[in-house]
Design a protein. Structure first.
Length: 220
């Protein structure tokens, strides 16, 4: 399942791909060059590249679903509109708000305000959880209205889109929780790097949701 795979990828990325030690190969004669090298710069590049590759694989998965959605909407004679729950707009505002609090938290971290960072980072995590709760409420509203995954083609895509996106958001919440709870003095990655690569993933989830919501409203 794509959501499970992404959770595993995030754990590998954060804990340190390839051992995270950044050891010097034998006989490379490091000398003075190592003195001028930024500490953690190699691991930062490695982690950033890994999360970008993970994001790209997720994007390809959703693009395949989006392509099927568009093709079916154009060629299917059985396509039927669905009244989408209004709470989706509330959920969208919550998710966008979480991106704002995340960036403010990162600025606090850059200014060495660890208490302010911790507070805002936890607010971001809570907003992510609220988004998922809101998505479950949207499902419940559709079910109460008699709209199920097998009701028609659009409802099938709605449940698939929101479930798959929700699983990936859950992966982001786990990454946020990792950054909030980890003792980085004992970690192979710095708090700044962990916060940065987590922000890449979280902002991508925001943008992906806007795209999916636009598709769903186009189809309805």
């Amino acid at each position: 399942m794509p959501g499970t795979k992404v959770l595993e990828d995030i754990e590998l990325i954060i804990e340190g791909i390839g051992g995270g030690g950044g050891g010097k190969p034998p006989g490379d004669g490091g000398g003075d060059e190592d003195k001028h090298r930024q500490p953690g710069s190699d691991s930062h590049r490695r982690f950033s590249t890994a999360i970008i590759l993970a994001i790209f694989s997720i994007l390809m998965f959703f693009m395949a679903l989006a392509t099927a959605f568009i093709v079916l909407k154009v060629v299917s004679t059985a396509w039927a509109p669905v009244h989408l729950p209004r709470i989706l707009w509330v959920n969208t505002i919550i998710l966008l708000g979480s991106s704002i609090t995340l960036e403010v938290a990162r600025r606090r971290l850059a200014n060495a305000d660890l208490s302010g960072f911790a507070l805002l980072w936890r607010v971001t995590t809570l907003l992510g959880v609220l988004f998922l709760v809101g998505q479950v409420i949207a499902w419940r509203q559709l079910v109460l209205a008699g709209v199920y995954i097998a009701s028609n083609q659009l409802s099938s895509f709605f449940y698939i889109f929101t479930a798959a996106h929700g699983l990936h958001v859950l992966g982001g919440i786990l990454a946020l929780s990792y950054v909030a709870l980890r003792e980085f003095e004992k970690a192979k990655i710095s708090r700044n790097t962990a916060a940065q690569i987590t922000s890449y993933y979280w902002h991508f989830m925001d943008g992906l949701w806007i795209f999916l919501l636009a598709l769903l409203y186009l189809g309805s």
